[in-house]
Design a protein around this ligand. Structure first.
Ligand code: DX5
Ligand code: ZN
Length: 215
């Protein structure tokens, strides 16, 4: 089994010092940085936009895994690409298969990676099952989008296993990322259930030594 990668979620860091949060992740050799963009419509919080992504981009070479929890991803996609995002993840709940295709072509033509995220109660849509070869990542959310620091919803784990099985059966190379309530003591179990990337907010930045928590 390949090692599970870690994507610290800076939403859980000091929002007045995101540069410091990124620095901690870089120094501890995190695999990628997870940036949660929330528009106050799709989920009940407002975080940051492309300007912040761009400012942080200058501080770090790690892949930026930008999780777009927004109602109109296509409208803002270019801005996040220009800001220096590497993996752009959009939510299945706001898409049709056709809208996904537009997003996919826009990102592929810019050589960016494409992710699809699912809220805890959302199943992988049938259109997405037909388009697995167009995906670089699936984010299975194990909390409702909005805030860091919530407990992982274990009822989502059978879905994680089903998606892991499907990806394996289809033989596609798609990262399977778990987002929400990941802790040091459940990360191993998530890996066994098929996740190969874990997002960690509070489990990293809620600790007195974020670098130690990442390591
Ligand atoms: C929630 C975000 C998550 C969150 C994770 O809407 O998508 O990435 O920051 O934070 P923890 O790990 O604290 O649940
Ligand atoms: Zn996220």
């Amino acid at each position: 089994m390949p090692p599970v990668r870690i994507a610290p979620s800076i939403l859980a860091g000091d929002l007045g010092d995101l540069k410091g949060a990124v620095k901690d992740a870089v120094e501890a050799r995190a695999d990628q940085i997870h940036l949660d963009v929330i528009d106050g419509h799709f989920a009940p919080n407002i975080t940051f936009g492309p300007g912040t992504v761009k400012a942080l981009r200058r501080k770090c070479d790690l892949p930026f895994d930008v999780h777009l929890m927004i109602d109109e991803p296509l409208r803002y996609l270019d801005k996040f690409v220009e800001a220096g995002s590497d993996i752009l993840t959009v939510h299945a709940e706001v898409l049709t298969g056709r809208a996904f295709d537009s997003i996919h072509s826009a990102l592929r033509s810019r050589r960016k990676k494409v992710g699809l995220a699912l809220k805890p109660s959302t199943s992988l849509p049938s259109w997405a099952k037909q388009k697995l070869d167009k995906l670089d990542a699936v984010i299975v959310m194990t909390v409702n989008p909005g805030f860091s620091g919530q407990a992982l919803d274990r009822a989502v784990l059978p879905k994680l296993e089903r998606i892991a099985r499907l990806l394996c059966e289809k033989g596609v190379r798609v990262d399977l990322e778990v987002d929400g309530g990941v802790e040091i003591d459940n990360a191993g179990e998530l890996g066994k259930k098929g996740a190969n990337v874990v997002v960690a907010g509070a489990a990293v930045y809620g600790k007195s030594d974020p670098g130690g928590a990442i390591r």
